[in-house]
Design a protein around this ligand. Sequence first.
Ligand code: ADP
Ligand code: MG
Length: 239
Amino acid sequence: MIRMRNVGKRFGEFNALKNVSLDIFAGEVVVLLGPSGSGKSTLIRCINHLEDYDSGDVFVGDIRVERGRNLLAVRQQTGMVFQSFNLFPNLSVLDNVALGPVRVKKQSWDGARTRARELLHRVGIADQAEKYPAQLSGGQQQRVGIARALAMEPRILLFDEPTSALDPEMVGEVLDVIKRLAHGGVTMILVTHEMGFARQVADRIVFMEAGEIREIADPQTFFSSTTNERARAFLDAVL
Ligand code: ADP
Ligand code: MG
C-alpha cells in the first residue's frame, strides 16, 4: 500500500531522513517509535506530501508521490490525524466531517452529512454532531479528527502523536477508537509515545533514530528482546 525507497529529506544542511526504505501492506498497523527529532513526523509527512522529499521514491498504491502531480489523489488516499486536531472552528462537528467529501469528492451536502453521522457514531460522538469544536473536550475533538479523516475513505490513516495534546484522562478514549479501527482492518501508520498501546496494536514496530530506520521488528521482539543498542537505550529511557 505504501512503498518508500531510499528516501532522503534535508532541511538546509540537516538530514532529517536518510535512505529510508519501508513497505506498508494492506491491513497492517505500523507504529513508528524513536526519540524526538528522529524524523518520525517527516517520514509520515513525505507520504502525503506535506513535505517534499529530496531523493528516492514514495508510492501510495500505484501513485508516485510527486510535487505538482497526483497530489489530490495522494491526499485522498492518505487520511491524516494531527496532534493538534486542526478542526475548522467555524463549522459544526458534522460539517467538519462532511466538508472534505463535499469539496473534494463533489458529494452533496445531504449525502455527506448522512455519512458523517455514521462516522461520528463509529467514533462514539454521534450526540455531538451539532456542536462546534470549541464546545467539545480534547478527546472528543480528536475523535472528530479521526472521523474527518475516515470520511475521505482513505486507503491508509496516518496518525502523528494523536494523543500528545490531550489531558491524561482523555487519552484512553482516543486510543480505544484507534484500537477498534486497527482491529477492524484499517491500514495505519502511527507515531505515538504510548508504549503499552504500541505493543497492543502494532503488527510491526519501526524504530527510528537520527533520520534512519534502525530496527523493524514485531512488538513482542522489540519490547522484550531487541538487541539493537539504540532501541534498547530508547526503551530504557521511556519505560
Ligand atoms: P520527530 O517527529 O521524530 O520528533 P521530525 O520529523 O519532526 O522528528 O524532525 C526531524 C528533524 O528535522 C528535527 O531535528 C527537526 O528539527 C527537523 N525539522 C523538521 N521540520 C523542519 C523544518 N520545517 N525546517 C527545519 N528543520 C526541520
Ligand atoms: Mg514528530
